[in-house]
Write a protein that binds this ligand. Structure first.
Ligand SMILES: Nc1ncnc2c1ncn2[C@@H]1O[C@H](COP(=O)(O)OP(=O)(O)OP(=O)(O)O)[C@@H](O)[C@H]1O
Length: 655
């Protein structure tokens, strides 16, 4: 508000000028009639008419400038709010985004800000009416107290319905906003690429359309009631204004006949009355506008008041920049963790399936229990284990998407809660299984990691990630647009592009969720090569699904039930004959159905060579590309060659 102080002062000044013009015109009209027309003085009539015309033009100009400034203030405040809310939501933890429905959030950040701004602009305009009303009433009392009293006595008839209608409007505004937000949420969820695909494969379009229509019907219903209420106040006021004008002419006319005052005074009073109802009408909607603004501000501040769960300490220190020394080591010290409860991280009104407050406050079960391990500098630690064991959760703690409930996660001895978020982001690079890309060019998506990267740097990273040749073969090269969420790239291409993005960022710690089933064998080979480059000299934690990666690991952690059950190298763990050995045998036996024995030493770890599909998968998902040890495996025969692109090929979906 401070930033808009000057504009506000100017607006106030313009309001004074406008109000003075409004009250001076009726006095001039009185003079034209009483001193000009009634006294047959053409000079007075002409002169004063010209002054009235001049004032009318000045008034029009004043009002124009007034609306510019009130608009500027309203828009300025909404701009500040919008930007502040965006930055605030950026700071929210992942848990906020996993719970929040995007459509509702976007309606909050867009729709509510817009409504608040509209209401605020109208409010500013009508607040200026207060001065006009005061001056008009003062002048009316000066001209005739009786007629003014009649006018004042009618005021409650205007204000009472205004208050009632305002309350109803507030109620329906809130309902309308919520319903619109939910409608937006359905559209967003059903029509983003993932949702659209799911609906095509599993959905029942007729039922979905019917459900949507029912929801849209509710929006229509609320909209109709809202429109009626918003018109109602104006209709009542227009009616009352007409009735009182008739009354004033009736009473005032007989006063003129009885020589209480002259006709000029009656015309001045009638004109003033006309000028009174305009601002009063505006003032009576002031309340409903104020309420609308309040509702919207309330909804925006509800978001702004949500404290981010992950924050940076004021005295946080920066981790050493990548490349300034050996890669740091990672340490988990007695880490226990449970996902935050709903009430801690999100707002009930932004979730589609609203839980009761008691359910929202209920604690969630512990997912990681007293987990301790060390990933030495520059080494690779593979996390394996059954699905739901806590591998992904553990990796989330390394990039501080969440904080542990007890114990600590350290990078080079620094507790992550004590380091700056910015430096942590520089040090830790993450590649998830289903890497996300913005609906933009490949170039823009890569530059997201390193905005100052040159074209040769971009291509170099792409080459190292085994995707350079493919990109060069595309008609638009780096300027090819990847579809929404990268849907025009194959799974393997996406992971390689994600690796190129990681290489550009050049973090010293890499957290990687290895791709599982959706890769063709060609991609597998390319990915493994790319991985080799990406992980070299970096401290890495990999949720490993391929035996080749697992065998490359300096250390394997078998994570099950939120605990590290076993640790060691592939050979050590096999020899120990525990859970790892069991997983290995069952998975491998499954992969090598065509006769490769459980311990067949034949599969070549892909990380080491250009050839060969995969081995068995530990910890989830079927295997693509069979092991060399026997037969084709689950997903196809072994592959030779480096997985390069076919010349001139196009992206998925391109014609
Ligand atoms: N956002 C979340 N909120 C609440 N619980 C969660 C959340 N994400 C995961 N969990 C729970 O945490 C436990 C561990 O899940 P996690 O994803 O870490 O397992 P995982 O070992 O990575 O499994 P997978 O191999 O299938 O990916 C599971 O019981 C899961 O249901």
């Amino acid at each position: 508000m401070k930033a808009h102080k000057n504009a506000l002062l100017l607006l106030l000044l313009l309001t004074v000028v406008d109000s003075l013009i409004v009250v001076s015109t009726p006095l001039l009209l009185k003079k034209i009639i009483d001193d000009g027309i009634l006294k047959d003085d053409a000079g007075v009539v002409t002169a004063i008419s010209l002054v009235v015309a001049g004032l009318a033009v000045l008034d029009a100009f004043t009002q124009l400038v007034q609306s510019y400034y009130s608009g500027r203030i309203g828009q300025g405040i909404s701009h500040d709010l919008r930007v502040q809310a965006f930055k605030h939501v950026q700071r929210q933890p992942m848990a906020f985004f996993t719970r929040t429905q995007t459509g509702l959030l976007s309606s909050r950040l867009n729709g509510d800000v817009m409504l608040a701004q509209q209401a605020l602009t109208t409010l500013l305009a009508s607040a200026t009416s207060v001065l006009t009303v005061a001056l008009v009433l003062a002048e009316m009392f000066y001209l005739s107290w009786l007629i003014s009293l009649i006018a004042v006595l009618t005021l409650p008839l205007f204000i009472v319905p205004g208050i009632y209608v305002g309350r109803r409007l507030q109620h329906y505004s809130r309902e309308q906003m919520q319903a619109n937000g939910e409608l937006g949420g359905i559209i967003h969820e059903r029509f983003n690429v993932g949702g659209a695909m799911l609906a095509k494969l599993f959905g029942r379009p007729d039922q979905e359309a019917a459900a949507f229509e029912a929801r849209a019907g509710e929006v229509r219903q609320i909209g109709v009631v809202w429109t009626v209420y918003s018109r109602l106040s104006f209709i009542i006021m227009a009616l009352l204004a007409s009735l009182t004008t008739a009354l004033v002419y009736g009473v005032g006319g007989s006063m003129v006949l009885n020589d209480v005052f002259r006709i000029g005074t009656l015309v001045a009073l009638a004109t003033l009355l006309g000028r009174l109802y305009g601002p009063i009408t505006q003032l009576s909607s002031l309340q409903s506008n104020a309420l609308t603004a309040l509702v919207s501000f309330d909804r925006i501040f509800e978001v702004l008041d949500l404290k981010p769960l992950i924050t940076e300490r004021p005295d946080a220190t920066a981790l050493p920049v990548p490349g300034s020394g050996p890669a740091p080591e990672i340490q988990f010290d007695n880490v226990s963790f449970s996902y935050p409860r709903a009430s801690e991280v999100s707002l009930a009104s932004l979730e589609s399936n609203v839980l009761s407050p008691a359910e929202r406050a209920k604690g969630t079960p512990e997912v990681l229990h007293d987990m301790s391990f060390r990933v030495p500098s520059g080494e690779l630690t593979a996390l394996v284990g059954p699905s739901g064991g806590g591998k992904t959760t553990a990796t989330h703690l390394v990039s501080r998407l969440y904080d542990p409930a007890s114990g600590s996660v350290r990078i080079d001895g620094h507790d992550l809660r004590d380091v700056t978020l910015d430096s942590l982001r520089q040090v830790v690079g993450v590649v998830s299984q289903d890497a996300h890309f913005y609906h933009d060019t490949i170039r823009a998506n890569l530059l997201y990691a390193l905005p100052e990267a040159t074209e040769p740097q971009l291509l170099e990273a792409c080459d190292a990630a085994q995707i350079g040749e493919l990109i060069r073969s595309l008609p638009s090269g780096l300027d090819t647009v990847v579809g929404d969420r990268g849907y025009r790239l194959s799974g393997g291409e996406k992971q390689r592009l994600a690796l190129a993005r990681l290489l550009l960022k050049a973090p010293s710690v890499v957290v990687l969720d290895e791709a599982t089933a959706h890769l063709d064998s060609e991609s597998e080979v390319a990915i493994q090569r790319a991985l080799k480059t990406a992980l070299r000299d970096r401290t890495s934690v990999v949720i490993a699904h391929r035996l080749s990666t697992i065998r490359e690991a300096d250390q394997i952690l078998v994570v099950d039930g939120g605990r590290v059950r076993e640790r060691g190298t592939h050979e050590e763990l096999l020899a120990a004959g525990g859970l790892y050995a069991e997983l290995y045998h069952t998975q491998f036996n499954r992969a090598g159905m065509n006769g490769s024995g459980a311990d067949a030493p034949s599969e070549e770890p892909v990380l080491r060579g250009p050839v060969v599909g995969g081995g068995p998968v530990l910890g989830g998902g079927p295997v693509l590309g069979g092991g060399l040890g026997g037969g084709p495996g689950l997903g196809g025969g072994p592959v030779l060659g480096g997985g390069g692109p076919h010349p001139g090929r196009r992206l998925k979906g391109e014609r």
